[in-house]
Design a protein around this ligand. Structure first.
Ligand SMILES: Nc1ncnc2c1ncn2[C@@H]1O[C@H](COP(=O)(O)OP(=O)(O)OP(=O)(O)O)[C@@H](O)[C@H]1O
Ligand SMILES: [Mg+2]
Length: 250
């Protein structure tokens, strides 16, 4: 589904990603861990096509197509979803209207008609129930005055509605209380299928108890320095990144 080959990217004169290789297949869940500033958010931004970052070398191939030059909207329309670490506020646009627009734009890009209102309503009801989202919440202005947990819940709602092929969740556990963590993980787990893949960026082993990854990768200074199964997250939690740095003598 997603193949990243020798990816180098940065901003102006600063190299941030220094040769990333990653293969994500349908049905898999990958976790990316790593210390602050190691390049995790940059990697997700580059996959999503944020224009402030420049790819200087390497390829991002999604569903057999090199997407290096694709605009963010094109990538979204092709089924890549990125949850933002710092979501934007859009006063006057409700949670529901935002998602309706997003769904219909994707349909338009695929040459489909707008989703009929009753179908949309049904989908909204179904997904908000799945994620235990209150009706009142759906008519609030997007991200305006949202608590950290509410922002995250909204992102997962967007993901559930859009049903992306590849979902990248950056720091989904930051600011989530125990209940919200469970609801979000539940949402992700319910979205998991043999055709979809999820990349979760997290600092905490705890999240990975709920969303059990098939692979864990450690990003250090712009490179994936170690990959393993879910037990790698436990080992990191126990020993910290210094252990890994020493082991790799970097
Ligand atoms: N837009 C930007 N402008 C300047 N520097 C940037 C920008 N984006 C990223 N960087 C730098 O690139 C490095 C990697 O940042 P990034 O946000 O990818 O780290 P991270 O692994 O997500 O960290 P955290 O765990 O704190 O979220 C940092 O040194 C950061 O300051
Ligand atoms: Mg980050």
């Amino acid at each position: 589904m997603l193949t990243i080959k020798n990816l180098h990217a940065g901003i102006e004169e600063k190299d941030i990603l220094k040769g990333i290789n990653l293969q994500v297949n349908p049905g898999e869940v990958h976790a990316i861990m790593g210390p602050n500033g190691s390049g995790k958010s940059t990697l997700s931004s580059v996959i999503a096509g944020k224009e402030e970052y420049e790819v200087t070398e390497g390829d991002i191939v999604f569903e057999g197509e090199n997407i290096n030059e694709f605009a963010p909207e094109e990538r979204a329309h092709n089924g890549i979803f990125l949850s933002f670490q710092y979501p934007v506020e859009i006063p006057g646009v409700t949670v529901t209207n935002f998602i309706k627009t997003a769904i219909n734009e994707t349909r338009k890009a695929r040459g489909l008609e707008e989703m009929p209102a009753n179908e949309m309503l049904k989908l909204i009801r179904e997904k908000s129930e799945l994620l235990e989202i209150d009706r009142k919440f759906l008519s609030r202005s997007l991200n305006e005055g949202f608590s950290g947990g509410e922002k995250k819940r909204n992102e997962i709602f967007q993901m559930a509605m859009l049903e992306p092929k590849l979902a990248i969740l950056d720091e989904t556990d930051s600011g989530l209380d125990i209940d919200a963590l469970r609801i979000v993980s539940n949402g992700v787990n319910k979205l998991r299928s043999k055709d979809n893949a999820v990349v979760v960026i997290t600092h905490y082993q705890r999240l990975l108890e709920y969303i059990v990854p098939d692979f864990v990768h450690v990003l250090l200074d712009g490179k994936i320095v170690k990959s393993g199964g879910k037990e790698l997250a436990l080992e990191l939690e126990e020993k910290g990144y210094d252990w890994l740095k020493q082991e790799l003598s970097v």
